[in-house]
Write a protein that binds this ligand. Structure first.
Ligand SMILES: Cc1cc2nc3c(=O)[nH]c(=O)nc-3n(C[C@H](O)[C@H](O)[C@H](O)COP(=O)(O)OP(=O)(O)OC[C@H]3O[C@@H](n4cnc5c(N)ncnc54)[C@H](O)[C@@H]3O)c2cc1C
Length: 361
């Protein structure tokens, strides 16, 4: 009976995948995200990763740039690894809206047939990638932290799964393009090389303003959210601080260095600091030039979010703490003795007045 009902609704049956010929799909495409003509870093990070994979399988790298007055981004995409850029420059694309952006993307993908399409896992990127994948249709692996491609040009898109306890690698073998969104801060962007040569292909917007049913009236900043990925100096604190007050000391060090305060999940869970500051598997992935891990043990879930920072300084009173395995400089000691001394040294060097908050110790 249940089977009959399923049959009537067409549910409960595995639909056969229709045979399609994808043999003319080639190359890796990155959709460049921008706001007001400034590209999101994740787009350049993905171009760097696309170039690495393309070199492995001897394939071209494409970028898709959409917006208004964004020709300079097409040039920048070439300087950062793209061989060919599809540029749709139109007033309709002045601000991000799902329909016009997805229509351009669909037209470009259907016409030029890249076999892999990568998008940053930002709010906008997730919205756009989902709309594109649904309409093509194809599979989309969201929020990846690792990407690779094999000799059969199959994308291996890996992302945390099962409450972030495992890393699942997902393949999409039956449809093209293979699509993935990837977290900001995970991949290394290539340094811009203005001598790189590439081609810019102009494409026109398939939609006029009259056909777009949504209008952006205004932008409201609803939070003072900190974007950890954007900062070069991060002073992160963990449970070793003992209490929320300890973050005042870290803030003083961060201010002296021109950085921001980060945190482990343990202290976020205890509500000592907001989740925006959390670094790690369920927080931000950062690539800071200088990262302090203070009173943080170095659990694997924290380390995956900060291990690619250029210089890591760990301060911990336990010489066996795992954080020392990933740090470039380690200081064994009580953070309430060590941090004020560092603040004093930094402030002296920079000619700043010294009045470290040492209330905790
Ligand atoms: C699914 C999942 C996702 C997770 N995601 C994240 C994530 O995104 N980010 C994250 O950080 N964690 C994450 N975690 C939690 C992670 O496993 C750890 O529990 C957490 O990172 C520990 O935080 P901590 O290092 O601050 O605390 P602890 O592990 O308790 O370490 C405190 C450290 O402080 C040191 N210490 C104590 N007092 C002092 C002192 N006075 N001076 C100097 N050092 C001192 C101790 O020696 C110790 O090493 C996740 C866990 C799971 C299961």
């Amino acid at each position: 009976m249940a089977e009959q009902q399923n049959d009537k609704r067409g549910a409960g049956k595995v639909q056969p995948v229709p045979e399609q010929d994808f043999s003319d799909y080639a190359g890796l495409m990155v959709i460049v995200e921008q706001r007001a003509g400034v590209a999101k870093k994740v787009s350049w990070q993905l171009l760097g990763e696309a170039k690495r994979m393309a070199d492995k399988i001897n394939a071209p790298v494409y970028a898709l740039v959409m917006g208004h007055n964004v020709r300079h981004l097409a040039d920048e995409a070439i300087s950062r690894g793209a061989d060919k850029v599809y540029l749709c420059d139109s007033p309709v694309l002045e601000q991000y809206r799902t329909r016009p952006y997805s229509r351009v993307s669909l037209d470009v993908i259907r016409t030029y047939k890249p076999e892999i399409v990568l998008v940053g896992a930002t709010y906008t990127g997730r919205d756009l990638a989902g709309a594109i994948a649904t309409h093509l249709p194809t599979g989309l692996t969201a929020d990846c932290t690792q990407l690779d491609v094999d000799e059969n040009r199959v994308l291996h898109a890996s992302r945390p799964a099962f409450s972030e306890k495992m890393l699942a690698t997902i393949l999409c073998k039956q449809y093209k393009p293979q699509m993935a969104t990837a977290r900001p801060g995970v991949f290394l962007e290539l340094a811009a090389d203005s001598t790189r040569k590439g081609e810019v292909v102009s494409v026109s917007s398939p939609m006029s303003e009259a056909e777009v049913v949504t209008e952006v009236l205004d932008f409201l900043e609803l939070t003072d959210r900190i974007n950890m990925e954007d900062h070069e100096v991060i002073v992160a604190g963990g449970k070793g601080l003992g209490n929320a007050e300890g973050f005042k000391l870290l803030q003083e060090l961060a201010d002296a260095l021109g950085g921001v305060v980060g945190a482990s999940r343990a202290v976020v869970d205890m509500k000592w600091i907001d989740h925006d500051h959390q670094v790690g598997q369920t927080g931000s992935t950062v690539r800071a030039k200088l990262y302090f891990a203070i009173g943080i043990s170095g659990a694997v879930q924290h380390v995956v979010g900060m291990q690619n920072c250029d210089v890591i300084v760990a301060i911990n009173n336990d010489p066996e703490a795992p954080i020392f395995k990933v740090s470039h400089y380690g200081i064994v000691g009580d953070l309430y003795n060590v941090v004020p001394a560092i603040i004093k040294a930094v402030k002296e060097k920079r000619g700043l007045p010294f009045a470290a908050n040492t209330a905790n110790g």
